[in-house]
Design a binder for this molecule. Structure first.
Ligand code: PLP
Length: 421
């Protein structure tokens, strides 16, 4: 062992990237500590408070003494609430043994991969993707097979690309709709086309990450098993209360799927985290039972914010953006800024450098597209107070105008695809 090195890390950890969203938050904290005012448009959570009726349910659980271990896969009350949710909102019937609650959707996704993926297995991950999928696949010993989806195709995986990506080694397809980071949302017709391909490849499991189900503006939500019930026996539907109910800190997710897989998730959970917090379970059970009426108001607010982002940034030189259909993210093409030289002489050659420029010059933190497997783009998370968001978008616009107008000539020779100005 090298001098001064007390221990080495296992290769499985050494290969992991630190979450880029956490990294941007750290940079923002650093700048804030130096006295800079920085707006963070990098965080993937709603700014709304968890509704009072849900918090009250948690208090009541504490008063009742529900502060002990529960069944590993979740309390009977929570499981019943999850079953009813799937039945009423998605038209899918599951048995109690086919559902499991865990400490966040994230841990259930990782456990699903750990439970099924072996060396040599491939997992199809359409890009742009949620930052964690490829690292989780690698952690499970598999190979992420990244399938690029184009901006022009609305960022959605096509049936043709799916056919091309499937090999005898394919273990899973991961679908995420509405999508983080693009907001792209698969309609029932989109899913049917993918389902037709999947029906011809019975060895492929599907992980349907529906965590943004309720954050949809203009179209109804559809999920694969609802569209094609014949895929029920090899689809794991993952969902949770983090995004829909603004409960990210409560760490409560759930999954439903074939019993063999759910049993394996339970075994893994029993040897790792055990049950999710008993108090969060009581709160989530109440949240799922009490209805989603308040979300209409949240959606109205989010729609206004989405429109602020789209209307300001689509009129910004060097940027291009279309209105996302769901989630609370916009994925912005910044090809028109590549090749520009900052006033401090630095050349902007990548979306990461665009995000550094925006942090330095606009005081706004956003996440570069490369972190989500697509460049040159950046993601704006717009679930923050509307006035702050408006000022942040104006600051981005002003910084882009300054950058573009200070360039000596058009940089058509830089390889940048989009126009400037
Ligand atoms: N799936 C997607 C696509 C996400 O964006 C996130 C969180 O950002 C999660 C899953 C994790 O959700 P949870 O907070 O329930 O772990």
């Amino acid at each position: 062992m090298a001098d001064g090195q007390l221990f080495t890390l296992a290769p499985r950890v050494a290969q992991l990237r630190r979450s880029p969203t956490a990294a941007i938050s750290d940079r923002i904290r650093e700048l804030t500590e130096k006295g800079r005012t920085v707006v963070n448009l990098g965080e993937g959570e709603l700014d709304f408070d968890t509704p009072a009726h849900i918090k009250d349910a948690a208090h009541r659980a504490i008063e009742r003494g529900e502060t002990k271990y529960t069944s590993v896969a979740g309390t009977r009350e929570l499981k019943q609430a999850i079953l009813r949710k799937f039945e009423q909102e998605n038209g899918i019937s599951y048995r109690t043994t086919e559902v499991i609650a865990g400490p966040g959707a994230k841990s259930l996704i990782l456990n699903a991969l750990l439970a099924t993926v072996s060396e040599g297995d491939e997992v199809i991950v359409p890009a742009p993707y949620w930052v964690s999928y490829p690292d989780m696949v690698a952690l499970a010993g598999g190979t992420p097979r990244i399938v690029p989806c184009s901006e022009h195709a609305g960022w959605k995986l096509s049936a043709e690309s799916l056919v091309e990506a499937i090999t005898p080694h394919t273990k899973w397809l991961i679908l995420n709709s509405p999508n983080n980071p693009t907001g792209a949302t698969y309609s029932a017709a989109d899913l049917k086309k993918l389902a037709d391909v999947l029906l011809k490849h019975p060895h492929v499991l599907v992980l349907s990450d529906d965590i943004y189900e309720h954050i949809l503006y203009d179209c109804p939500f559809a999920t694969l098993v609802q569209v094609e019930p014949r895929l029920r026996e090899r689809t794991l539907v993952v969902n949770g209360v983090s995004k829909a109910y603004s409960m990210t800190g409560w760490r409560l997710g759930f999954a439903a799927g074939p019993q063999k897989l759910v049993d394996a998730l339970e075994v893994l959970q029993s040897q790792s985290t055990s049950n999710p917090s008993s108090i969060s379970q009581a709160a989530a059970a109440h949240a799922l039972e009490a209805g989603t009426d308040f979300m209409d108001q949240w959606r109205d607010v989010l729609r206004i914010r989405r429109d602020v982002v789209v209307s300001t940034l689509s009129q910004t030189p060097g940027l291009r953006v279309a209105a996302p259909e769901g989630a609370f993210y916009a994925f912005i093409n910044c090809a028109g800024l590549l090749g520009a030289v900052r006033h401090d002489g630095l050349l902007i050659e990548s979306d990461f450098e665009v995000t550094n420029y925006l942090l330095d010059e606009a005081g706004v933190g956003v996440v570069h597209g490369a972190a989500f497997g697509a460049s040159p783009y950046f993601r704006v998370a717009y679930a923050i107070e509307t006035d702050v968001l408006r000022r942040a978008c104006d600051a981005i616009q002003a910084a882009c105008i300054r950058l573009v107008s200070s360039q000596p000539t058009r940089r058509s020779d830089t390889g940048a695809q989009a126009k400037i100005g």
